[in-house]
Structure formats: structure tokens, C-alpha cells
Design a protein around this ligand. Structure first.
Ligand code: GSH
Length: 262
């Protein structure tokens, strides 16, 4: 039996939900709020970093979203999500590595500097700090603290935008070789990237790819897939939309200035 601990807006968990649907697999869901339940001692026994997603397969616990994607591919090779050619497989893995090492943290920075900021600012400084300090990943607490305090003026925002720009540049480059990020077939490369490009659209930053003409075609192709619609768009309730609707000012003037100065 497969079990998935996740939350609807979690970019890392969205990857896993897309892959499960693409593979025709069902998982028993444990839906989390991430408003403190990630720190429950019982959950932290499964995932000591206190993050989602966590996959449990017949009692075996697997954490880290890219590792979960590769695991699903190994354990359920039917309906493959890795290309056949060795060099195309490299491409799929490179996108996963870029996401894991750079894009994920940058996405957290942009999200907390905009959509998640108003709700956190409504808490008292003590309540806010009590949340941040619980994270076993100390760097994460430090980043959240700063971006919630300073929004898009945080010193961390410019680099986060540059990292997203690099991702978009890579997507554009990949389109010269095929319709998908690892060539001719939809793969774990696309799945790793989809939630992050979606997040840019939800943060009203889709103009970031105006100068990368290949991105719009790729986004159109992958975002209209049934698995993406079913695993993300149709799962978002009013409360999942709320933080994105709460973005007060159009972020674009600041974003474009920061990128121009980069
Ligand atoms: N490297 C981890 C990152 C997981 C992660 O950061 N998950 C976020 C949601 S996308 C989370 O659970 N955040 C809760 C928190 O920061 O307290 C992975 O890829 O699984």
C-alpha cells in the first residue's frame, strides 16, 4: 500500500501527485496543513526535517521529493517517466538537481515574501517566531524571518529571482531539442519543474518568461495535461487560493527592477 503525507499547495508534494496519476497509482492520503502539524513528534519520526512530502510504501518510509519520484519510477516501471536514452535521462536528472539545490529555496523566498506574508504579519512577533524556530532546518527559519519582515525588499529576493531566471533559461534551451524538458517524452524532468512555474504564475510573476519564447509553449503543453489539472488545479480549494489572492501590490515593478540590476 502507498501512503502520501502532503499538502495541496506544497510544490514538492505536487510533483508526487502528478507522478502518481501519470502512473495510474493510488495512495492513501494524509493531508497536512503545514500550520504546525509538520512538527508533530509522530510525523517527525517519519520525516525528521518536518516537511512534506513523505511516501510510505508497504511500511517503508521515503522522503525527499526527487528521491520519491525516482523511487516510484524504480518500483513501478510500467508507464515510464524516464526517457530511454542515457543522455535524455541526464537531462531529467539535471532539472531535478537544479530544483533541489537552488530553485526550491528560491521559491520559498518568493512565496513567503509575497503570498504567505500577510497572514504571518497578522501574527504577533512572538507567535511568528514560535513557528519559525520550530524548523529543524535553521537556514530555512532565518530566510523566512527575513522575507516576512522585508517582503520583496529582503536581501534574499534578488538571488531568488536570478535562480528562477536560470530555470526559465534552461527550459527555453531544452525546447530546442524537443517538446519536453528531457526530449521527446514527458518525464520526471517536467514533473519536477511544473509546480515551480505554476507558483510563478500564482505569484503574478509570469512576465519573467517574456524573454524566453520556448517557455510559454512548454507551459501550455504540460499545464493542460490531465494529471496536472487533476493533481493540482482541481484540488485547490478557496483556502488554498486565498494566500495568492492576498498579494497586495503588483510585484512586477519591483521584480523587474531587481532583475534589471542583477
Ligand atoms: N527537499 C525537500 C523539501 C521539502 C519542503 O520544503 N517542503 C515544504 C513544502 S513544499 C514544507 O513542508 N514546508 C514546511 C515548513 O517549511 O515548515 C523535498 O524535496 O522533499
Amino acid at each position: 500500500m502507498l501512503e502520501l503525507y502532503h499538502s495541496i499547495n506544497s510544490v514538492c508534494a505536487q510533483k508526487i501527485r502528478i507522478a502518481l496519476i501519470e502512473k495510474g497509482l493510488e495512495a492513501k492520503e494524509h493531508l497536512m496543513t503545514l500550520r504546525g502539524d509538520q512538527f508533530d513528534p509522530a510525523y517527525m519520526k517519519l520525516n525528521p526535517n518536518a516537511v512534506v512530502p513523505t511516501l510510505v510504501h508497504d511500511g517503508h518510509v521515503i522522503v525527499e521529493s526527487s528521491i520519491i519520484l525516482y523511487y516510484l519510477e524504480d518500483a513501478f516501471p510500467e508507464k515510464p517517466l524516464m526517457p530511454e536514452a542515457a543522455l535524455d535521462r541526464v537531462k531529467a536528472r539535471m532539472f531535478n538537481k537544479l530544483i533541489d539545490e537552488y530553485v526550491h529555496t528560491s521559491c520559498m523566498i518568493l512565496t513567503f515574501a509575497t503570498a504567505f506574508r500577510p497572514a504571518l504579519l497578522r501574527l504577533s512577533p512572538e507567535e511568528r517566531e514560535a513557528q519559525f524556530v520550530k524548523s529543524p532546518i535553521k537556514k530555512r527559519a532565518e530566510l523566512k524571518r527575513d522575507v516576512v519582515a522585508h517582503g520583496l525588499d529582503s536581501v534574499y529576493v534578488r538571488e531568488a529571482l536570478e535562480v528562477h531566471d536560470k530555470l526559465l533559461h534552461w527550459i527555453d534551451g531544452a525546447m530546442k531539442a524537443g517538446p519536453y524538458l528531457a526530449g521527446e517524452t514527458f518525464s520526471l524532468g517536467d514533473i519536477a519543474v511544473i509546480p515551480y512555474v505554476l507558483r510563478l504564475t500564482l505569484l503574478q510573476m509570469s512576465r519573467l518568461w517574456d524573454r524566453y519564447p520556448g517557455v510559454a509553449g512548454w507551459w501550455q503543453r504540460v499545464s493542460s495535461r490531465a494529471s496536472v489539472q487533476e493533481s493540482i488545479m482541481r484540488r485547490m480549494t478557496e483556502s488554498d487560493w486565498a494566500p495568492f489572492r492576498s498579494i497586495e501590490a503588483d510585484p512586477w515593478p519591483k521584480v523587474s527592477n531587481l532583475l534589471a540590476a542583477a
